[in-house]
Design a protein around this ligand. Sequence first.
Ligand SMILES: [Zn+2]
Length: 482
Amino acid sequence: MRTITRLALPVLGLLLAAACTRLTPEQLLAQDIAEALGGVDRVKAARLLTLEGTGRQYNLGQDLRPGLADQTFTVSAYIREIDLSRHRMRTTLTRTPNFAYFQGPQAQTQVQGIDAMVAYGGSDPAKLTRNGGAAVADRRAERFHHPLVVAWALVAGGAKVTAMRTDGAERILEVETDAGPVTMAVGADARPLRVETRAAHPNLGDVVMTTTFSNYQEANGWRLPATLTTRVDDFTTGEYTLTSRTAETGSPEAPPAVADAPEPAPPTVNVAVEQVAPGVWFLAGQSHHSVVVAFKDRLVLVEAPQSEARSLAVIAKARELQPATPLTHLVMSHHHFDHSTGLRAAIAEGLTVVTHEGNDAFVKAMAARPFTRQPDALAKAAKAVTVEPVGASRTISDGTRTLELHHVTGNPHSETMLMAWLPKERVLIEVDAFSPGGTYHPYAANLLAHIERLKLKVDKIVPLHGGIVTMQDLMAAAKPAA
Ligand SMILES: [Zn+2]
């Protein structure tokens, strides 16, 4: 009731204005939204919006098991500055993992910015670098994930409502902005409830990015949401409690050195071949590696990671190494997005997926995802997916060569992870359990315990991050720090 009273006078005024200037229902609603946030004139006059507070992030695509949302980061400081009239936004946050994170337990700072068509970011605010790829479009769209940005764009920035419909108590507006289409749901009191934009995700394909707004607070003449919750499709990625303030000056510009730098090109795919044993090849070259194992009747690829481009190149290289033998199987070590980015490419190439049984539904769900915004290999050439799930272990053998797959249990990195062992060659293939080269090895002791429990004879460890090392290197890494 109070809301109606509060809105009655402005709405009456708008109706009179509409009679004189013939505002469309869409324009009227835009004015109502601006009124609900603090007033049309106040919205028009604002230049800089600053959001500040704390929150929590989730670990999309990297949690212990597919579908889980147990692993969180505490965001102890969050600040986002948005230039309302120019395409500038910068977010600086500090987050600390609440789980055994592979990068360590320490707090990390992350900066992400957009300035017109320049995206940038980094972990050190003094050493930001330019970002390429999808960052530009994604951040330009993300800038609209606040009601004041949409309201400003509607009453002062040239954005247009292109469609409007009622859904229960909500009105759904389709808004055409200079960052593309934005969908905004508003309540009966004209308060924005959420904003949705669409994006192309390398693993998930077509996704809806949603921010919901709640806990509206009155401060300095504004009525703005204090709770913002972000989602990728149905997965909650972040929850923030924020205070808002506006200013009529100030703007988060990209640092000049970043703005002057060229946009980085997509990473060059580089598949470097190293023979581990006759018929066993290590395909390294970038940050995520694969292994090909030749049997009499088939080639088995272990891992299709990092990007579709890399995975397709790795598959092509595997076929080149022994052209007379068909490449038939992909062993996917675990479901994490960086290790399953090439999963759909492998399915498109006709490979059967061998993975832990806990990833079975995940693989099928990934294979069924729509990829219409940026069609990938599987979208262009649909293929049915075949999964061969592995429980505690599985042996692949042609009588001469044997490859054993073992479930890596009790690892706080992933609960549905496999490692692979070649008994005759005394080679262990593993990923994320031990990544040589670094100084922090939180899961090395767990890997060593598995090797001892299963009585695996290992001379060489072929990690899918880092270079080939020996069992002694693992033992040194697994030792507790003195
Ligand atoms: Zn992982």
